[in-house]
Every structure is written in structure tokens, then in C-alpha cells.
Design a protein around this ligand. Structure first.
Ligand SMILES: [Zn+2]
Length: 143
């Protein structure tokens, strides 16, 4: 089912790790669904429109079992449907995508730059922290 013009719930549930390990990674509460809808509506689709080309979701929703399997911290926003890792393929592209989100003043909670993707989060409730962080393996340009 479509969430917006360019995003579907299926891509938020898609996970090669879940498939390989037989983990059923399914959005199973209204709160998680609402969080994903808000993330897409307020941040990802507007960013996609500015970016002007496809944005691949590497990792969207993670049920607790999948989150543990990929080594995510227990409090990961992915388990709440509040985060998506968007594939970029390079540090320059991670910077470029983050800069578009920053310059457009999109209501993100956190942007975390990685060498080949950007973690983008948005909280369903409360204030967005508007933070930009860098993974320790990221060697690209910083703000
Ligand atoms: Zn992430």
C-alpha cells in the first residue's frame, strides 16, 4: 500500500536480514503505522521532491527481534517507525542529501551521516531535535 507518491509500507517492512533469519518484520500497531506516515509525509516525501530522484529505503521499520539481529540499540527509532536509512552510496551523496534536508528546514529529529546512507528520523510526538550527527566511520564533509 502506498503511503505517499513515492513510498510504500512494503519498503518499510522489507529486510534481507529478516528474510534470511525467518523474522516476521511486520508493522503491527497503529502508533508505528502513524509514525511512519508522519515521517514520510513531513520529511521523506518533501525531501524526495527536492532531491528529484529515487530514494531507496535500506532499513525502515525494525521489529525488536530484527533490531537485535542487526545490532541496533534497543531504543532505536527504527523500532518505533520513526526512522529510515536512505541509501546514498557515497559520503559526498550523504552530505548532499543531508544538506538538502537542512537547507529546506524539514522537520527531522535526527540526521546521522554514514559512508553509504543517511539515517533520517522524525518523532511522532514532541519536539524535533533537528540534530545532525556523524557515524564514527563517516569521513566526509561536515556541517
Ligand atoms: Zn538508522
Amino acid at each position: 500500500m502506498n503511503i505517499s507518491r513515492n513510498f510504500t509500507f512494503a519498503e518499510f517492512e522489507e529486510s534481507p536480514t529478516a528474510k534470511a533469519k525467518g523474522i516476521v518484520n511486520v508493522i503491527n500497531t497503529f502508533e508505528i503505522r502513524d509514525s511512519i506516515v508522519a515521517l514520510v509525509r513531513d520529511v521523506l516525501q518533501p525531501l524526495r521532491d527536492i532531491y528529484g530522484k529515487p530514494m531507496k529505503v535500506n532499513s525502515g521499520y525494525r521489529c525488536p527481534e530484527l533490531n537485535a539481529a542487526v545490532g541496533g540499540v534497543a531504543t532505536s527509532q527504527h523500532t518505533k517507525g520513526e526512522a529510515a536509512d536512505i541509501h546514498t552510496g557515497s559520503e559526498a551523496e550523504s552530505y548532499r542529501l543531508a544538506k538538502l534536508a537542512k537547507d529546506a528546514k524539514l522537520p527531522y529529529d535526527q540526521l546521522i551521516l554514514y559512508p553509504t546512507f543517511v539515517h533520517i528520523s522524525h518523532k511522532l510526538k514532541g519536539e524535533q531535535r533537528q540534530r545532525i550527527l556523524y557515524n564514527s566511520s563517516y569521513r566526509g564533509k561536515k556541517f
